[in-house]
Design a protein around this ligand. Sequence first.
Ligand SMILES: Nc1ncnc2c1ncn2[C@@H]1O[C@H](COP(=O)(O)OP(=O)(O)O)[C@@H](O)[C@H]1O
Ligand SMILES: [Mg+2]
Length: 1110
Amino acid sequence: MEVKTSLLDNMIGVGDMVLLEPLSEDSFLDNLKKRFDHSEIYTYIGSVVISMNPYRSLPIYTPEKVEEYRNRNFYELSPHIYALADEAYRSLRDQDKDQCILITGESGAGKTEASKLVMSYVAAVCGKGHEVNKVKEQLLQSNPVLEAFGNAKTVRNDNSSRFGKYMDIEFDFKGDPLGGVISNYLLEKSRVVKQPRGERNFHVFYQLLSGASDDTLRKLKLDRDFSKYNYLSLDSAAVNGLDDAANFRTVRNAMQIVGFMEDEVQSVLELVAAVLKLGNIEFKPESRCNGTDESRVKDKNDLKEMCELLGIEQSVLERAFSYRTVEAKMEKVSTTLNVAQAYYARDALAKNLYSRLFSWLVTRINESIQAQTKARHKVMGVLDIYGFEIFENGDNSFEQFIINYCNEKLQQIFIELTLREEQEEYVREGIEWTNIEYFNNAIICDLIENNQNGILAMLDEECLRPGTVTDETFLDKLNTICADHQHFESRLNKNSKFLNDHSLPHNCFRIQHYAGKVLYRVEGFVDKNNDLLYRDLSQAMYKANHSLIKQLFPEGNPAKVNLKRPPTAGFQFRASVGTLMRNLQTKNPNYIRCIKPNDKKASHIFTDSLVCHQVRYLGLMENVRVRRAGYAFRQPYEPCLERYKMLCKRTWPHWKGPAREGVEVLMADLQIPAEEIAYGRSKIFIRNPRTLFFLEEKRKQCLQDLATLIQKIYRGWKCRTHFLLMKKSQIVVAAWYRRYAQQKKYRNIKSATTVVQSYTRGWQARKLLRELKYQKRCEEAVTTIAAFWHGTQARRELRRLKEEARRKHAVALIWAYWQGLKVRREYRKFFRANAGKKIYDFTIQRIIQKYFLGLKSNMPSMSPIDKKWPARPYGFLDGVHTELRKIFHHWRCKKYRDQFTEEKKAVYEEKLEASEIFKGKKALYPSSVSQPFKGDYLEISKNPKYQKLNSAVDEKVLLADVVNKINRANGKGTPRIFLLTKKNFVLADQKTGQVKASIPLPDVTSVSVSTQKDGFFALKLKEGSASAVKGDFLLSSEHLIEIITKLHRIGATAADREKLKVDISDEFLVQFKQDKVCVKFIQSSPKNGNSVSCKRKNNRLLEVSVPTSP
Ligand SMILES: Nc1ncnc2c1ncn2[C@@H]1O[C@H](COP(=O)(O)OP(=O)(O)O)[C@@H](O)[C@H]1O
Ligand SMILES: [Mg+2]
């Protein structure tokens, strides 16, 4: 649902000044201030929008805002420039009415911003599409170009437009933009040559020098340094927040979008450069022979460069700066220029060059943006022009005069159009037209523009008049001609009224404009109006070899010499204002009045005096008055009824009939005086704002009552529903609680009952138990007594029976003995002969049988070392038992032996022999039992090292081992290989394998060893044999037992020899060559080392110490 709103809702102050009550300058300012303080920068006067410059960006220009204001009625929302733009655009599109938007205000008040806002709004809401967008873009991009050339930093505004601009935007029947036409007014060209303090020249100069590439600058013969150019003020060359270099790029880009050719841009820049160069040309006086001073160019370099830039012949221009040719009726008179005149000529040229360039730019832009179709189109004009300008101290000059004249004209059409519109509306609505009292400023316009005696006409007359013409003569003229005019004031007036008015200086005149009195200083009026450029200069320009320059100075064409003076500035302006006014008059006007709140460009500051001043000269009070002349407020019936229907019982809540009748009933009910209201065809008209506020006030109260009512009902409803809900909840809670309480109580009673019950039952049970126990005890007592009694009875009986039985047994025994005695006596002789022996034999047989069977099942294992044997059962079997054991053992040893191979048998035989020789005789023996007799420890046949040795013995080697041969001199051992064959033994060198001694076995008579654990043995040789020459051998070996056993065996098996004798004793003699040495074995403690050591004690004694084993 669309929310119906109204301008009257949430108003801060009043949104429309027409509603101001009472209307006075103070209340007007208060209202503006109040709204400004709340960031409400827009306020209406009827359909006029007052815009205060906020000097900060406000969030009220977003796309959402555009949508909010789009297609809404003007008074529907709070005041906004978009509302005005929308209204204008819609009546242009839908009602086919051409529109113009007139934006006025002093410099820095926000006119240019406002015009851009209007254009951007229209661009946002109008149609879209490729072509349309291109047109839009071109229209919007014309702004940066014109701003670069036409705007400058001033003390009031960093981006002040120094020209008036009117732009017609053309639309097709659908409301899509087709193109536009721009008109420019009154460029402030004096700025080109001189700028007031704190201000700058036009932006383009700075932009060019900061933003152009080095290459471009070289081509233009320019230097980046601002200080090199006389025309550029250095005061504020750099402006905060203004990036000249970036803007230069923007401008070039905009020029491209608008449609400037590259060479056109270049030409434009050349002209800009030429103006800068021109400013640097300086003159010096040169005395001539006739005594007059003539000017000469001081430094020709700048002149030369400028001429090169523009393609002008240097001499031509130089001459034009020194001479002036006046042509009159076929006569040419040439006069020289003095230095002052030369400077004047130079500046005039610069100003003209620049202003003409600016006009050319406008024309060129127009060429690009003009509508392409000739079809009929609708037009929206946007006028951005100075408002009234009043400088303090009467510093107002020709420019202010012209501007104020323009504003006077605008006010005139404002009055005309507003009244006309008012009148038309009255006629449309069928309301009687009552004459409206207002001030008509036609009389002031007449004072200025009247063809015969208007001020402008007289200025022109003065300028064209031959003879000396000065500003003073002009003022004199005014004094005579305008003396009687009500709005003209002058000190030298015949009218004696001002003779003593000291606020009015002699060289000034004052005009009472509709917006206030303005004091003008006549100085410069004539010159500025003449706007003279010497013909020599324009001709020099025309001669330039530069297409653009040529175009700009068409009057320099010698073929078209026009002796008539060019039209004066005043004349031209009056003409263009005339055209503008005629143009505006055909259109529906929309006004935006811009006001700046302070002089500091600061947000949030509202300077009363400054605003008051502007309100005055913008004629805003006058606006309100005109607007309120008839009826201050009007509204269609439907919204009116909708808004106020609650004020009357008959229309509330619904009125069934036509809206107009409803409103009539309503007004009658409210007793509004008849003269206060008029009923039109579709609208009600309210004469006085007071009445409207009365209605609003009533409505507000009523709304409050209604709100209270709604609130009351709502609260009642809310409380009731809440109460009901609470009540329902309470019942539920109570029910649950009761249930819980009852359950708890029940459980308590139940458990109490159980306790009581259990006590009772316990008591009963105990009672019963007691009774039962008593009963049982009684029974037991009875039983015990009975038992005792029966016991006594039984024992008595038993004793009796035993006595009886004993007696019976004794009788039987005696009887049996007696019978036995009798039988034995009878059969004794038969029994002794047979039965005794038989019983004995049988018994023995049985016993032996049992013994053998038991032995069979208890046989020990077949292992010969198993010592187990079953125990004998009877002593008489002792001998048999031992014998059987022996037989079994022999039998199983035989079984064991039967399994042996021949080699094993030999080994065992050797082992057996070793045991026979050493067992119990030498302590070394037990440790040798478990060692197998390997024989060949050196693997002599396989080892290649002993190949030679192996071949030296021809018998089979029975034993090969390394032994130590003990040296008799010191008792030390030398390792030797010991080989034993069947026939001999061989001692050989261990390393080389060389045979040291080979002894046939028959030469060995005996072997001596100790009883201890050592491996020493002495081989004694047969005295007188060949081998015995060197003496006996004392050797030691780890395999002593094996070596001696083997030696012994060989001796035992050989048939031809005696048995080898083995002596075992701890002291024996050894024959070394001639001497006999005693070898003695002693036991030593193991502390001295674990090895056997042999030491020579003296010539006859070798002592071997053998450690005892631990
Ligand atoms: N509606 C606005 N919102 C924000 N700032 C504004 C607005 N209107 C004007 N201004 C500020 O004021 C400055 C002067 O405005 P401008 O339109 O150039 O003044 P004028 O054209 O009247 O001389 C702008 O540069 C801008 O900073
Ligand atoms: Mg401006």
